[in-house]
Design a protein around this ligand. Structure first.
Ligand code: FAD
Length: 397
């Protein structure tokens, strides 16, 4: 009998895993459980907020996985795990048996420490940190905002999905506002005192947007404590400072997707501990966790990383099923950020997976140089949509 691998979650992690399991070992029976018929990437979402990419171009369906790669796709939600019985429980499709299970549910939000805000407020105060609808909500609020208004973005504490994401968002909203509502302001209130690619972002902000963007680190009172949804106000610095916004985008603290918690795969911090070579859960045997939900430091939580995890887990599962020795793979992360449609920069890292841990390889990878020409920034900006086309093809087609 063919071994059966079940994958929960059809994002960059899960969809890539399902596809690569079939590519590497066509005899496997691979089942993907994903509630949505179409996946909207978060990556590229800031381009849409900036007004230069259509939301529908960020949409991907599962037809190629099904018809080209032979993955059985079940549009349903996993609701629990029977680890000793090797079964996943679903909302409408009964219990699904597996020999190996991959769990890739992405993130969930933790509103616990933010007084006055909950998941019920996402229409008024969107997070836009999951693809699709939330982006449309935030974009429509920006379109309705008057010239001279204030856009407030509250950036989350580490660890969170896409470390440069909030700052790319501030940049591209500034791009939109500069062209359409130039008297407006952007206030970034941060839980941190520094951020990813900070020097490159600050150089671009000064050059492109003058003083439109103000960034307030935690040590200067940026840390969020309370939100008044009805008054459109946020309170920081233990409630000492009050900020009125016309559009408010709170990106809450994060933890592993809810189903990972329900399946008992998370630790006290809310993330899923794994063996960082095989991606097998440290809690349940024959269950693997990949993508944003797992603890994979020093790798950041990115789509590119989730796609790399997927390829490693596919090999690791096949090796385990065949009784072969595990390999010690090398993986990469590349992350493009745009500060404007024609101003891009990158960070890249190479990682080695050995002795149950992930190690960043010194001297490999790197960051775009500072003080480069406009032509250099424009060339890097051109690579970003090319990266998008390549990675989404690798995940979904
Ligand atoms: P997800 O993409 O969250 O996918 C999880 C899937 O699991 C979802 O489809 C969900 O429906 C499904 N699921 C959840 N619960 C269940 C359940 N109970 N049963 C079944 N299915 C379930 N990354 C980059 O590499 N490059 C970038 O330039 C980049 N830019 C970004 C910009 C922004 C603004 C943001 C917010 C993110 C960006 N990212 C980028 C990060 C990237 O989006 C995430 O790291 C990536 O989506 C993680 O993939 P994942 O598969 O782990 O989780």
């Amino acid at each position: 009998d063919a071994a059966r691998v079940v994958v929960v979650g059809g994002g960059p992690g899960g969809a890539s895993a399902a596809k690569y399991l079939k590519l590497y070992e066509p005899n496997l029976e691979v089942t993907l459980i994903e509630p949505k018929r179409a996946y909207y990437t978060c990556f590229g979402g800031n381009w849409y907020l900036g007004g230069f990419r259509d939301l529908e171009t960020l949409r991907h369906d599962y037809r190629a996985l099904e018809y080209r790669h032979g993955v059985q796709v079940i549009h349903d939600k996993a609701i629990d795990l029977d680890a000793p019985g090797y079964q996943v429980k679903t909302e409408n499709s009964g219990d699904i048996s597996y020999d190996k299970l991959v769990v890739a549910p992405g993130i969930d939000f933790d509103y616990g420490d933010i007084e006055g805000l909950s998941s019920a407020d996402v229409e008024a105060i969107p997070h836009a940190w999951e693809g699709g609808k939330q982006y449309a909500v935030l974009r429509s609020q920006l379109l309705e905002m008057e010239d001279g208004g204030t856009f407030i973005l509250c950036a989350p504490p580490d660890p969170f999905r896409c470390p440069p994401g909030p700052y790319e968002r501030a940049s591209l909203v500034a791009h939109y506002l500069k062209e359409n509502k130039p008297k407006s302001k952007i206030l970034v209130l941060d839980e941190k005192d520094s951020f990813s690619k900070q020097g490159l972002f600050e150089e671009a902000w000064k050059e492109l947007y003058g003083d439109m963007i103000e960034w307030v680190p935690a040590e200067e009172g940026g840390s969020l404590s309370r939100v008044s949804v009805s008054e459109r106000k946020v309170f920081t610095d233990g409630g000492e400072q009050e900020h009125k916004g016309d559009v408010i985008n709170v990106v809450p603290p994060q933890k592993a997707g809810r189903i990972a918690q329900q399946m008992g795969l998370t630790d006290a911090d809310g993330w899923c501990p794994i063996d960082q070579v095989t991606f097998e859960s440290k809690i349940h045997d024959d269950v693997y966790v990949i993508g944003d939900a797992c603890v994979a430091d020093p790798m950041p939580k990115s789509g590119h990383v989730a796609n790399n995890h997927a390829k490693v887990v596919a090999v690791s599962i096949i090796n385990s099923l065949m009784g072969r020795e595990q390999m010690e793979p090398t993986t990469v992360n590349t992350c493009y950020s745009l500060a404007a449609p024609d101003w891009g920069f990158t960070v890249a890292h190479v990682f080695e997976h050995r002795d149950g841990e992930i190690h960043s390889v010194e001297g490999a990878g790197g960051l775009s140089p500072a003080d480069e020409s406009r032509g250099f920034r424009a060339r890097e900006a051109d690579f970003a949509p090319a990266w998008y086309a390549a990675i989404t093809k690798d995940i979904f087609r």
